[in-house]
Structure formats: structure tokens, C-alpha cells
Design a binder for this molecule. Structure first.
Ligand code: FAD
Length: 414
């Protein structure tokens, strides 16, 4: 039942996608007095997935606002360093930050949602709108009606495809190889050089970064933590297509799930690391049983609101991971949306219009910033043709990369 049928009942929202954007939206809208149902296509809980996340101020604020337990959120680091091929520190920057894991954040936010409102195995197929609200249809036959539908269904959003089919993820020309190593499995020399730091190795057209994150069961005690290891590597489109084929010969469009990455590709990245990376980074990779790769895409939807449907998080826009803003932007979208929808005397359409007006700009700035930082990865023939923006020199310097990676400071700069 929706508000148009019974004005005295709470307004009702459907949230599609139970990853970060969906969990924050559900928790915060419930707190704002809405009745909310959250639908996830996965049949199983998303526990135990993901890797490292930097805790930006926007994310911390949304966690506090949602009433989550924000104590012991992650590993506190104070310094960023760049090392050379021989593990010598060539640049230092004091930059206190808390770094955590996707799984830890998921665990905290999942605990905010009562299970009777969290529905697994519900794949959204279609959305219809009428004067009285929205109707969502799911592959399992379920049909739900509400005053509002929030699409938190990620960068391949089904909902966005319905309203903005031309907005598609754009391949950046590089992939990230990543994985997490147990602190106890890293050699002492690697631990001593990089473990408690946000560390960088920056050969031409490649970025290798790493930082500590909580361990299994979110452990923060020394010896039980893990190290989040990332290598940004240029890969042309043709090669990428071959990498997206799994051991059985099946091709995966856009991206491939970590367990399906072929062993020959894992062997190759390990060989390349031994040939080209400093010992601390290559030895850490050897301690990661199954590194995997993710192609980097970005996109920007010039609209976030379509009648009673709002896009948030990655469904609306994705900035490349150099800025470390994926979860923070998703959480901040959800927080602002819930704030604007709190006052029941304000018409929903008016609140949604204000939401789009405020949050579109943040999405655009994030996409542009991610692209500017990503220019470092361009191969020589690409960089000849690239428009050199105002940040070109800074984002090609070691100091500039240390200062501008995984930070949302740019949003507050002007
Ligand atoms: C399992 C998992 C692990 C991740 N790990 C990391 C990490 O370690 N580091 C990092 O930086 N980012 C990670 N991400 C991405 C990160 O969550 C996002 O970049 C960011 O938080 C914005 O999240 P989002 O909720 O908008 O989108 P996503 O996180 O992409 O979530 C979209 C959700 O919608 C669901 N969904 C999609 N289509 C439908 C449909 N039709 N019906 C119902 N549900 C649907 C998906 O199953 C998914 O759970 C991970 C995402 C997932 C899903």
C-alpha cells in the first residue's frame, strides 16, 4: 500500500541492490520514517567479499548518521610513502587515514537492516510508474508497489538502462590486479617496508599501491591483519577480451568474477611482478593465493531522477578507483536523499529534484577527477593525443600522486 491509498501510513520505498548504496539508503530512509524493503538479486548474503576501502570523511559521517557502530572501523595509518625498485623510500607524505575492508563495512551496515526487510534472490526485471507511484517486477514473479524506487544496482544498473540506455560503462584502457595477503604470510622485509603505510611504486604507466586492512573476522590486532595489494596495468581492449574468457572457454562481458580468472593469467602477473616490482610488493603478491583482475570503467549519468525513481551510488556514476570514492559517494548519496525525504510535508518530487540538483555535480567531479588521475596510466601513443588538463604535471609527479590518491579533498577544494 502506498501513501496515495492511505495517507496515514508511512511512505514506502523499494531499494534495489543490497551492496553499499542499498544498505545505506535502507538504513537512513528507515531512520527518516519511511517503510523500506531492500531487494538483492544474489541468493546468498554478500559476506566475506571485497578488498580494501579508504574511509573518507563522507563515509564516516554517513556511518555515524545511520547509527552504526563506528568504533574500531579499520587500521589507522599516518603516512604515505613511495618506494623505488630496490625498496628505498623516495618520498614521504604525512596523511593520517583509516583504511578498512569492504567486508567490514558490509558487516556493519547489514546489521542495521532487519532481515524481514532484506530480500535475497530478488532480481529486478522492470519498473513501471503511474500517478500513484511505482511498480517493480522481479524475475521470481514478485510484484511490489511503492511511493519511490531507489536504484542502488551498481554500474551495470538495470534501472538506468530503462531510462538512460545510452549511458554505458566506458573502458579506461587499464585493469587493476588485486588481492589481499595475510600479514603473517608476508616476509618480514616486506612487512617492515610497507605494511603500516599507504605505499606506492610508480614506474611509467603503472601504479602499484597497497595498504593494511582488517583481517579475517575484522581483526585489527598486529599479526592478524591483511595487506590490500593493487597493480594498475594498461591492457588494450583486444587483450582484455581474451582475459575475460575463463578456464572453460566461457566469455564474461565487461568483468569476470574473481574465482573465474584463469591460472595462466595469474602465473603471468606473478612472473611480471618478480621481473618488475620492488621486493616488498612482489613478495607480498607471492603470499596472495589467487590474485584477480577487474577492468576499470567509468560512466556518468546526466540524470539521477526519473519521476519516482532515483539512481544512487555506482548506478548513477562511477569515478575510477584512484580517488577511492566508490563507497563514500554511495553513502553520501544515500544520506542526502534520506535527509531530503525526511519531512513528510515536502512533496517527494520536490525532494528528488533537489537531490539531483545537489548530487549530480559530485558525481561529475568524481568522474573527472578519476579520469585526470588515470592519465598517468596512458601509454605513450595515447598520452600524445590526451588533452593535458591543468593537473597533468601534478598527477605525473610522485608527490602529486601521493597527495591526490584516495582522497575526497578535491570535493572541498573550491
Ligand atoms: C560483493 C562486492 C564486493 C565489492 N568489493 C569492493 C572492494 O573491495 N573495493 C571497492 O572499492 N569496491 C568494491 N565493490 C564495489 C563498491 O561496493 C561500489 O563501487 C560502491 O560501494 C558503490 O556501491 P553500489 O552499492 O552503488 O554498487 P555495487 O556495489 O556494485 O552493488 C550493486 C548491487 O546491486 C545488485 N543488483 C544488480 N542488479 C540487480 C537487480 N537487477 N536486482 C537486484 N539486485 C541487483 C548487485 O548484486 C549488487 O549487490 C564491491 C561490490 C560488491 C557487490
Amino acid at each position: 500500500m502506498n501513501q496515495h491509498q492511505n495517507p496515514s501510513s508511512p511512505r514506502r520505498a523499494l531499494v534495489i541492490g543490497a551492496s553499499m548504496a542499498g544498505l545505506f539508503a535502507t538504513a537512513l530512509l528507515r531512520k527518516a520514517g519511511w517503510s523500506v524493503e531492500l531487494f538483492e538479486r544474489s541468493d546468498i548474503e554478500l559476506f566475506g567479499r571485497g578488498a580494501g576501502i579508504t574511509l573518507q570523511p563522507e563515509l564516516h559521517e554517513a556511518l555515524m548518521e545511520s547509527g552504526a557502530d563506528a568504533s574500531r572501523l579499520g587500521v589507522e595509518i599516518t603516512e604515505r610513502i613511495a618506494i623505488d625498485r630496490e625498496d628505498r623510500v623516495i618520498e614521504r607524505l604525512t596523511y593520517p587515514q583509516v583504511v578498512t575492508s569492504w567486508d567490514k563495512l558490509h558487516h556493519i551496515m547489514r546489521a542495521r537492516i532487519p532481515s524481514e526487510h532484506h530480500h535475497l534472490g530478488c532480481n529486478l526485471d522492470s519498473v513501471e510508474q503511474s500517478a500513484s507511484g511505482v511498480t517493480a517486477r522481479f524475475s521470481n514473479g514478485r510484484i511490489e508497489k511503492a511511493d519511490l524506487l531507489i536504484a542502488a544496482d551498481g554500474y551495470r544498473s538495470v534501472v538506468r538502462d530503462l531510462y538512460m540506455p545510452d549511458v554505458q560503462p566506458i573502458y579506461a584502457g587499464y585493469v587493476i590486479w588485486r588481492g589481499v595477503a595475510d600479514e603473517s604470510a608476508m616476509p618480514k622485509s616486506a612487512r617492515d617496508t610497507i605494511f603500516d603505510k599507504f605505499a606506492f611504486f610508480l614506474p611509467p604507466n603503472n601504479k602499484i599501491i597497497g595498504y593494511p586492512i582488517p583481517g579475517q573476522d575484522h581483526a585489527l590486532e598486529p599479526g592478524r591483519r591483511r595487506y590490500n595489494w593493487v597493480w594498475y596495468r594498461p591492457v588494450d581492449r583486444e587483450t582484455l577480451e581474451t582475459m575475460l574468457v575463463d578456464e572453460s572457454g566461457t566469455y564474461h562481458r565487461l568483468s569476470i568474477a574473481p574465482p573465474k580468472v584463469r591460472q595462466d593469467l595469474i602465473d603471468e602477473i606473478k612472473r611480471a611482478a618478480q621481473d618488475r616490482l620492488p621486493p616488498s610488493f612482489s613478495d607480498t603478491l607471492m603470499a596472495i593465493p589467487r590474485p584477480f583482475f577487474t577492468p576499470i570503467y567509468d560512466h556518468f549519468s546526466p540524470k539521477m531522477v526519473f519521476g519516482r525513481v532515483a539512481l544512487i551510488g555506482d548506478a548513477a556514476s562511477v569515478g575510477r578507483p584512484h580517488i577511492g570514492m566508490g563507497v563514500a559517494k554511495a553513502a553520501a548519496d544515500a544520506q542526502r536523499l534520506a535527509e531530503l525525504l525526511r519531512d513528510a510535508s515536502v512533496p517527494v518530487d520536490q525532494a528528488l529534484a533537489q537531490f539531483e540538483k545537489e548530487r549530480l555535480g559530485v558525481g561529475l567531479k568524481s568522474v573527472e577527477r578519476g579520469r585526470a588521475l588515470g592519465q598517468y596510466l596512458l601509454l605513450p601513443h595515447d598520452s600524445d593525443n590526451a588533452a593535458h588538463d591543468a593537473h597533468w604535471e601534478e598527477f605525473h609527479s610522485v608527490h602529486g600522486i601521493l597527495k591526490n590518491t584516495a582522497t575526497s579533498d578535491f570535493l572541498r577544494a573550491d
